[in-house]
Design a protein around this ligand. Structure first.
Ligand code: NAG
Ligand code: NAG
Ligand code: NAG
Length: 363
């Protein structure tokens, strides 16, 4: 494992810091090609990758209370991560041999080293659709990019021009959003369906993704991974809301996710040609999660259609809280921690499935 630190404005110092024993117990390690190193990880998107930004903004889309963080650190440490423990931002930072926890950018206690090795700008309940962000009053993608601009100025003051350029161009960027656009804004609320079909709505989402990626590239990002949507119709809350008496998967939502993914991955191919100096990597999460839900025992799970928190049917965010009567005794048996978000164990497996075979594409 490498710990990357910048010590002065002129001097780039890479400290080879072996803390592999800490990480390998949790994360399967893949080696980076050609002794490449990645100075920092920057993450944009929604609750899948928000590590606590929403703690600092005025929204109800929060989870900095029990039972979130049930298995984080020494246990019962709600941090603003929407799970019982580590989330993809952390696993991805570890995969790229950067650090084991990715802090939220809005954390006021962030120190120099924490900033220089990367942060999450993500905000739970956000989406590609500006309407999604307004409803939840959370950070839109353009707000997140503004924070990234502010970040660049901050580190420029700390380490100067050359080092900033290196950090910005060599780091890995991850975009993971769109979930709330489909499940909440399109399928739950009436407004968008008056104006859009699922076909035109997914076009709209992809056009927002394209704008974001162009802006991010314009700001200097060169190694960018973009997650598609998971099998949204099969997450516990959507089974409850739209799966009928037997809580089957909601096929319209699965179809929407697949359609979006197809359009997104073609758009990424096109942008990849526009930006030959960059690596844009589409990361499929749909198929890995689908297989996990269909064959839970293959991955060591017992429960695939309910969350661990409360009844598991609907509780998420504020509905999964200290008053929730009970949570499952063993989180390792569940794919989902609440009715929307996977457990640490499921996230860990999914991050390996998604990244291990794609990691070379970032270089
Ligand atoms: C920054 O990089 C340029 C070009 O590589 C080099 O000429 C210059 O000396 C560097 N500046 C500092 C302060 O290291
Ligand atoms: C629910 O499942 C049962 C047993 O498989 C089946 O008999 C029944 O028709 C299903 N009900 C609905 C509403 O799909
Ligand atoms: C929890 O479940 C996992 C996987 O089924 C099992 O290996 C582990 O021993 C269980 N832990 C406890 C405390 O029961």
């Amino acid at each position: 494992m490498f710990f990357f630190e910048v010590l002065s404005s002129q001097l780039f110092l890479v400290i080879l810091w072996s803390f592999s024993t800490i990480i390998t117990s949790l994360v399967s390690v893949v080696s980076l090609p050609n002794n490449e190193s990645v100075p920092a990880l920057f993450v944009f998107g929604d609750s899948i990758v928000d590590t606590g930004n929403n703690n600092y903004i005025n929204t109800i889309a929060k989870c900095n209370f029990r039972p979130y963080g049930k298995d984080f650190g020494a246990g019962n440490q709600p941090t603003g991560r929407f799970s019982n423990g580590l989330t993809p931002s952390d696993f991805i930072a570890a995969k790229f041999e950067i650090k084991k926890l990715l802090p939220p950018y809005l954390d006021p206690t962030l120190q120099r080293k924490g900033l220089l090795t990367g942060v999450s700008f993500a905000s739970g309940a956000s989406g590609y659709d500006p309407q999604t962000n307004k409803i939840a009053s959370v950070l839109s993608l353009s707000d997140q990019l503004d924070k990234f601009r502010e970040y660049k100025t901050k580190i420029h003051d700390m380490v100067g021009e050359n080092t900033t350029t290196t950090i910005i161009s060599k780091s890995v960027y991850i975009l993971c959003t769109g979930n709330n656009d489909i499940t909440n804004t399109f399928f739950t609320l009436p407004f968008r369906r008056l104006k859009y079909s699922i076909s035109t709505y997914t076009d709209f989402m992809v056009s927002e993704a394209k704008k974001f990626l162009q802006d991010l590239h314009g700001l200097g990002a060169r190694r960018i991974g973009i997650l598609g949507l998971p099998k949204l119709g099969c997450v516990p809350s959507q089974r409850t809301l739209r799966g009928g008496f037997n809580r089957t998967c909601s096929e319209p939502e699965n179809q929407a996710a697949m359609l979006f993914n197809k359009k997104l991955s073609s758009q990424i191919d096109i942008l990849g040609k526009d930006f030959p100096d960059a690596r844009l990597v589409y990361l499929d999460i749909y198929n890995p999660l689908s297989d996990m839900i269909q064959n839970p025992t293959k991955y060591g799970f017992e429960v695939a259609n309910k969350g661990c928190c409360g009844t598991g049917n609907l509780e998420a965010s504020v509905l999964c809280n200290p008053l929730t009567l009970e949570i499952c005794s063993n989180r390792s048996n569940y794919i989902f921690f609440d009715s929307f978000h996977p457990t640490e164990k499921a996230y860990n497996i999914l991050c390996s499935e998604v990244l291990d075979k794609n990691i070379n594409k970032f270089f």
